[in-house]
Design a protein around this ligand. Structure first.
Ligand code: ACO
Length: 430
């Protein structure tokens, strides 16, 4: 294997950089001792080339458009498995046997209710609070109900935490929507599967019967699988960083939800729908694209581009097909889809996008499906949070289980004022 070192061209001093090899993908150069040995820091804002950890959960090859959960391609998982099966896989490393799946599924179903007192928290939010704001606050508040962090190192405790989080997050997300919609909170129905239960909590009301559409439940399940994990993305890294301090795991989840909210991350699905609404008509597409390509406009084509995928996003390919299936099965004729197709067609053949390797990402189509299923735009990112909770708890647990876990503490290149003395107020001039 190639050997690497850091060479000081002036002094000829060389620091060996040990390699860390994974199962797949490039080796990592261990720069942990660079500062100690040579007095310089490594500098990589945005972490383009920097691994923060070793992980056995998810593998991405951005150039080849590959996404594997525990070694399995995401398209095979979406085709053959339920979300709960995939959640088991991500948490435990292997696909479940029938008995393991039954036990896991039952455990998740048993943990769906939230403490009755937690329900009253929703009433404290303004009527128009964004559901992501409520999700961040209420998930953080779970730490007040499950406050013992001394047993983070106990695998059984971590398992209970994982099951609770995965089971309760749809209940909390649906409750946030009900608060926003001014409708009564609907309790979980544990005879329903995960996605059907979520649809029921979202759309049923006490006044009339509601039947979950199996096409909608299946589509949601696929979307949840595609969003379940994505290795060290911004929100997962946030959960790991917060968790590395030994904080309460529910508080660490809340930090991940807050990070997911931003439009450069999970907030992009909401931004795509807003963008399609603003463009309004196919005849305005070209003018909009001209603005996107004008650096001074500050306008980006939302749902396009990815830090890691520079060829195509494998999730986008699956979602694109799913999107057509759902709209057809539900008999939805959404002009936004036509608009999205036009944008995609122009972008894929335009040099600006080709040169920068910008392709549709998972969020380009997910919003259109959510909209067809009846979800309001401000619920799109909470849906992402429901699915990604699986990844967050798996990464938190993997990190906490590491014997040599250390607090995450990046360094900086300081560019502020040089050291100076404080002048008494009277001598500081006007
Ligand atoms: N529209 C127009 N131009 C873009 C876009 C876009 N969506 N994305 C990147 N570019 C351009 C940049 O202006 C830059 O051009 P330049 O080299 O001439 O300066 C070049 O492509 C590289 O862009 P960066 O911002 O450096 O790429 P980075 O890897 O940092 O950003 C990101 C990735 C944040 C996803 C970006 O592509 C973006 O803002 N996309 C739109 C938001 C979005 O869809 N986010 C969802 C991501 S997927 C997820 O979180 C699930």
């Amino acid at each position: 294997m190639a050997r690497y070192s850091l060479l000081n061209e002036d002094t000829g001093e060389k620091v060996e950089l040990p390699s860390v090899s994974g199962t797949l993908g490039p080796v990592g150069l261990d720069v942990g001792k660079v500062y100690g040995n040579s007095g310089v820091f490594t500098y990589d804002p945005g972490f383009s080339s920097t691994c923060s950890t070793q992980s056995a959960i998810t593998y991405i090859d951005g150039d080849a458009g590959v996404l594997l959960y525990r070694g399995y391609p995401v398209d095979q998982l979406a085709k053959h498995c339920s979300f709960i099966e995939v959640a088991y896989l991500i948490l435990n490393g292997e696909l479940p046997t029938a008995d393991q799946l039954e036990a896991f599924d039952q455990s998740i179903r048993r943990h769906t209710m939230i403490n009755e007192n937690l329900k009253s928290f929703f009433g404290g939010f303004r009527y128009d609070a964004h559901p992501m704001a409520m999700l961040t606050g209420v998930v953080g508040s779970l730490s007040a109900f499950y406050h013992d962090t001394t047993n983070n190192k106990d695998p059984k405790h971590r398992e209970i935490f994982a099951h609770r989080m995965i089971a309760k997050i749809p209940t909390i997300a649906a409750a946030a929507y009900k608060r926003y919609a001014g409708q009564p909170f609907m309790y979980p129905q544990n005879h329903l599967d995960y996605s059907s239960n979520f649809l029921n909590m979202m759309f049923s009301v006490p006044a009339e019967p509601y039947h979950v559409n199996p096409v909608a439940a299946k589509a949601l399940d696929v979307l949840f699988i595609l969003h379940a994990d994505h290795e060290q993305n911004a929100s997962t890294s946030t959960v790991r960083m917060a968790g590395s301090t030994g904080t309460n795991p529910y508080a660490a989840m809340a930090s991940g939800i807050a990070a997911l909210w931003g439009p450069a991350h999970g907030g992009a699905n909401e931004a795509v729908l807003k963008m399609l609404g603003e463009i309004g008509d196919v005849k305005n597409v070209q003018g909009f694209m001209d603005k996107v390509k004008d650096k001074n406009s500050g306008v980006r084509l939302m749902g396009f581009g990815h830090r890691v995928y520079k060829n195509f996003d494998p999730r986008a390919t699956i979602i694109r097909d799913e999107c057509h299936k759902v709209l057809k099965a539900l008999n939805v004729d959404d002009p936004k889809l036509e608009l999205a197709m036009k944008l995609e067609e122009i972008a894929l053949s335009d040099d600006y996008f080709k040169e920068r390797k910008l392709y549709p990402n998972v969020d380009f189509y997910s919003g259109i499906i959510y909209s067809a299923l009846g979800f309001p735009v401000n619920m799109f990112t909470p849906m992402f949070a429901v699915a990604r909770t699986v990844g967050w708890v798996a990464h938190w647990s993997e990190m906490i289980a590491e014997p040599g876990m250390r607090i995450a503490r990046p360094r900086q290149v300081y560019v502020g004022a040089d050291a100076r003395d404080v002048q008494p107020l009277a001598s500081r001039g006007a």
